[in-house]
Every structure is written in structure tokens, then in C-alpha cells.
Design a binder for this molecule. Structure first.
Ligand SMILES: [Zn+2]
Length: 132
């Protein structure tokens, strides 16, 4: 879905140009490029759950594979795996949150309902922010 892809890359789900985030994990109130209101999002802690599932599915098989086949020294496991968890989590959290905000925007969830109705009324084209 286009809106989720745009959000994953930190772009506005509406125009794909403006930045969705004003700071790490902080969604801008509205798109700086097209003015689309983004403060309606209610991603809450869902991105964290999704990231846990993704990171778990990557690291658990990897840990089992490495620990059983290579059996590295204890200290390697005690430093490598927690570091991998932290790096992967921080790397994925904002893109996943962006994708979820894009999903909510596309489905017109929560406060995005009116914006979706406006899009539908105009055939899904770009709506200048001043014309709502
Ligand atoms: Zn925009």
C-alpha cells in the first residue's frame, strides 16, 4: 500500500514529499509540504509490538543457529545479541510507526476520517489544505 510505504520512509502519506516526523518518533502536526493534518494518528504502542515481532523473528533463529553451530565464547553472546536487539529496534521503530500512521491515514481511522471523505469526494486526488 502506497501510504504505508511513504510512511515507512518517513514521508507524508498524502503527498509523499513532506516529512512525517519532526523529531525521532515525533509525528509532525501536519505535513510541511501539502498541509495534510497528521496529528490525528493514534499509533500508540502498536509500532513497538510490531517491532518486537519483527526483531524476534529475525534474531531468535539467528541466535539458535549461531549458538548451536558456532558455539562462540559466552561473552560474545552476552554482548552481540543485546547490541543487535538495540540496533535493530532503534532502526525499525520509526519506519514501522510511519507505516502504521500511513495505514491509519489510508483507512481513515480515528481523526483521519474527514480527510478520507474529502479525498473520496474529489476522486482521490490531492486536496490543497486550504480547501477543506
Ligand atoms: Zn504531504
Amino acid at each position: 500500500m502506497e501510504a504505508m510505504k511513504r510512511g515507512f520512509f518517513g514521508r507524508c502519506p498524502h503527498c509523499g514529499k513532506g516529512r512525517m516526523f519532526r523529531a525521532f518518533l515525533k509525528v509532525a502536526d501536519k505535513c510541511p509540504a501539502c498541509g495534510e493534518e497528521l496529528h490525528h494518528h493514534r499509533a500508540d504502542d502498536f509500532p513497538a509490538y510490531v517491532v518486537i515481532v519483527i526483531v524476534g523473528h529475525i534474531l531468535v533463529p539467528l541466535v539458535l543457529l549461531v549458538e548451536t553451530h558456532l558455539a562462540p565464547p559466552f561473552w560474545v553472546g552476552m554482548t552481540l545479541w543485546p547490541a543487535a536487539v538495540v540496533v535493530l529496534t532503534l532502526a525499525l521503530l520509526q519506519p514501522v510507526k510511519g507505516a502504521i500512521v500511513g495505514l491509519q491515514w489510508a483507512f481513515g481511522m480515528h481523526g483521519f476520517e474527514q480527510a478520507k471523505k474529502d479525498r473520496a469526494a474529489l476522486g482521490g486526488g490531492l486536496i490543497p489544505a486550504g480547501n477543506r
